[in-house]
Design a binder for this molecule. Structure first.
Ligand code: SAH
Length: 254
């Protein structure tokens, strides 16, 4: 997968592949990250790419022409069919399903806005999808692009080892649930032991426990996710058990 980010701050975006899974993905050759700077296509000697908005008002607007040329340059490296995504608070909310869908592409161009945004004529004519990180406004699209790159990198084939496959993670399409809780050494930490089942060596019981925790946490924290699922008989039983245990716990402490 090749990702070309169109950004006025390439040094910022490039940091995302210095650590963690994006770095592993680059080292393994599963991911190539490049940046194209609209400033390199500015037609003035000050490399200025922003202008005051027509109609007045505060702030500046990223101009269409240098941005368009940067996108065309990025696309030329990846192929004409490559999708152009723009980071925008007005876009569709990024979620795991988006990451899973985009991780199947061979290449992506990711446009980062700055200032008040990018000239709308460019957005309307060139951008295939606008994606938002959430209902808040950032000063630029770079952090959102870095989130996207991190989220995609860990899904690329071979990047996560088998043991840490993304299939059990929260929101994965495989389960649609939140992840179960995790514990590690020591077995007793500050007087608190890990759940017995983790030390029992009983693989079937462990799998049931993890599934029950995943179901239970989703019920507690994100019931909206459960509404979208059709639980099978075993899952329904496990969730009923979890709910019953919660009620006992609450009753016990009140
Ligand atoms: N005036 C615009 C915000 C511009 S913020 C508005 O109110 O809609 C400048 C740039 O930051 C945007 O063009 C976009 O690329 C990026 N950005 C800001 N908030 C974002 C968010 N929540 N998700 C993704 N990108 C965002």
């Amino acid at each position: 997968m090749k990702i070309e980010v169109v950004t006025l701050f390439p040094e910022l975006v490039e940091v995302v592949t210095r650590h963690g899974m994006p770095r592993v993905a680059v080292d393994q050759g599963a991911l190539q990250l490049g940046c194209t700077n609209p400033r390199d296509f500015a037609s003035n000697r000050w490399r200025k790419v922003d202008e005051r908005p027509f109609g007045g008002g505060p702030g500046m607007v990223m101009q269409a022409e240098p941005t368009a040329q940067a996108i065309e340059h990025a696309k030329a490296a990846l192929g004409p069919a490559t999708k152009v995504l723009m980071m925008s608070p007005q876009g569709e909310r990024m979620d795991q399903r988006w990451f899973e869908r985009l991780a199947r592409e061979d290449g992506l161009v990711v446009l980062c806005g700055r200032y008040e945004g990018v000239d709308e004529r460019l957005v309307a004519g060139t951008v295939d999808v606008e994606l938002s990180l959430g209902d808040f406004v950032l000063s630029g699209g770079e952090l959102a692009a870095m989130v996207l790159i991190d989220g995609i990198a860990r899904l690329l084939p071979g990047v996560l080892g088998h043991a840490e496959s993304a299939g059990q993670d929260s929101f994965s399409v495989e389960t649609g649930l939140l992840d179960h809780p995790h514990y590690s050494r020591p077995e007793v930490w500050r007087g608190e032991a890990v759940p017995d089942v983790l030390m029992s060596g009983n693989h079937a019981a462990l799998a049931r426990w993890r599934l029950k925790q995943a179901l239970g946490r989703t019920w507690l924290r994100r019931p909206d996710l459960l509404d979208k699922l059709e639980l099978d008989a075993e899952q329904q039983t496990l969730l009923r058990e979890f709910v019953a245990e919660q009620t006992t716990k609450v009753g016990g402490t009140s």
